[in-house]
Each structure stands twice: as structure tokens, then as C-alpha cells.
Write a protein of this length. Structure first.
Length: 259
């Protein structure tokens, strides 16, 4: 049995041992916490380094025809594109007729283009060809797709004194698809096909061979053909982003184009 005078001694010894243990563990705990904080800071820094903020994409980088983009960094091309876009703004054209025609034509044109495997952007060819003006061209082209009589007949349209199927939206769109598909087989570029639709396949091929250049934007072409694809891209822009260019989007178009 322990004597009474030994109990305080034991208690004091126990407290002394606990104090030593506590004093030993404190620096270790402090060091462990410091290491954890440093590790967390390093991880956060690495994460920030690995996921930098993306720079906003310029308008020129967004523009394309049939997913074929403009050459970036060429100031001449950029100036020409911006000038054409400005010319198609509402302040210059001052007409909503294009949107009304798109609302009427696109539901018929789009599924036919898709059936023939032709990019949806070719629907803007119809607007550029006949959306801004109606009737027969000085050279004799007519209808929504502005076919010459001989070309129209070649692709299955009836053109005579009694009937002119160039004015039939569905039939003329099918004919245009056949023509476009045939040209793509030789040119292998939708942008060049669009240019060829304006100037003719044979003439465009001649320029490609003479200049040894198959990039539409770098070819030296006549003024109308040289600006044709720029017009198509501008038409696409005002149809898809009308408010940006001063137009108000008709409700009928909301189902086809997203702002």
C-alpha cells in the first residue's frame, strides 16, 4: 500500500511526463500543418497553370463557308470581309425581305441539300442569287437559283415557251444540288464550288490552272466572282445574327437560326 506522502510525487511525475510528450508533439504537428498548407498552395498554383483562361476568338476566326475558314492574318482578306459585312448591314440594304424569303425558302431548301450531302450553307446561294433582286439577269439566268436555260435543261428542268421550272423552288433546288455535287467531284472544295456557281466550272478551273492556286481567297478573279463567297458569308451572318447587323429577327426564322 502506497504511503500518503508518495501520491503527490507520483502525480507530479505523471504531469511532468505528459508535459514532455505534449512539448515534443507540438513542433511536429506545427510542421505537418505547414507542409500541408504548402502542398495545397502548390496544387492550386499547378491547377491555375494547367488551365489558363482562353482568349476570346476574333470575328474573322469564326467566319466560314461550309466549315471552310478564311485565311487568318491576311489584312487584305480581313479588310475585304469587313467591308462586305458592312455593305450587308441594315443601314445599307434597309430591307427585311431577305429574312422573309429565308423563312419561306429555307424549310424547303434545307432538307434537299441534306439529302444530296451538300452543306447547309449553300442555301445562302439562293438568297445571294435572287434574294436581292427578282427577274431575269441580262445574260438570261432566271429563277431562285438563277439557272441559264441550257444549264437548267442539262439538270432536268423544263424550260420552254409554256413552262419554266427554274421558278419552281423544289425542282430547281434539286437541279442545283445535282450541279453543285458534280462540281465538287472535281474541285474538292465547297468554297471553290460556290465561286464556280457564279463564274462557271470551266472558267474557274482555267484560272486555277493558270495561277497554280487552288485557294479561292488568294485567286485573282473578276470583281463579281472575287467577292462572291464574301457575299455568301455576309448573308449567312445577317441571317444567323440579324440583331448584330441592325435587323430584327422575324419569329418565323427562330426555328431555323439560333442567335
Amino acid at each position: 500500500m502506497l504511503k500518503k506522502h508518495m501520491i503527490p510525487f507520483i502525480v507530479m511525475a505523471a504531469l511532468f511526463i505528459l508535459a514532455k510528450v505534449f512539448a515534443y508533439q507540438m513542433p511536429q504537428a506545427k510542421e505537418s500543418l505547414l507542409k500541408k498548407e504548402q502542398s495545397d498552395t502548390t496544387t492550386t498554383t499547378i491547377q491555375k497553370t494547367e488551365t489558363p483562361e482562353k482568349e476570346p476568338v476574333s470575328l474573322m476566326a469564326q467566319l466560314n463557308f461550309a466549315d471552310e475558314t478564311l485565311p487568318l492574318g491576311d489584312k487584305r482578306i480581313e479588310r475585304k470581309m469587313k467591308k462586305t459585312l458592312a455593305a450587308h448591314a441594315y443601314a445599307h440594304l434597309q430591307t427585311h425581305r431577305l429574312h422573309r424569303k429565308a423563312a419561306e425558302w429555307f424549310p424547303i431548301i434545307e432538307p434537299i441539300l441534306a439529302a444530296y450531302g451538300i452543306p447547309n450553307d449553300f442555301k445562302y446561294v439562293a438568297l445571294v442569287e435572287s434574294g436581292l433582286q427578282a427577274g431575269v439577269s441580262p445574260k438570261g439566268a432566271a429563277g431562285i437559283w438563277q439557272f441559264m436555260p441550257a444549264t437548267a435543261r442539262m439538270y432536268g428542268l423544263k424550260v420552254n415557251g409554256k413552262i419554266d421550272e427554274r421558278y419552281n423552288l423544289r425542282k430547281s433546288t434539286i437541279a442545283a444540288c445535282k450541279y453543285i455535287k458534280e462540281m465538287y467531284g472535281g474541285l474538292e472544295s465547297w468554297t471553290l464550288v460556290a465561286a464556280a456557281y457564279n463564274v462557271g466550272d470551266v472558267r474557274l478551273r482555267k484560272q486555277i490552272n493558270n495561277q497554280n492556286q487552288d485557294n479561292y481567297y488568294k485567286l485573282k478573279l473578276n470583281r463579281e466572282t472575287g467577292g462572291y463567297v464574301y457575299k455568301l458569308i455576309s448573308m449567312k451572318q445577317i441571317m444567323e445574327h440579324p440583331v448584330r447587323y441592325g435587323y430584327e429577327k422575324p419569329k418565323a426564322l427562330l426555328a431555323y437560326n439560333a442567335e
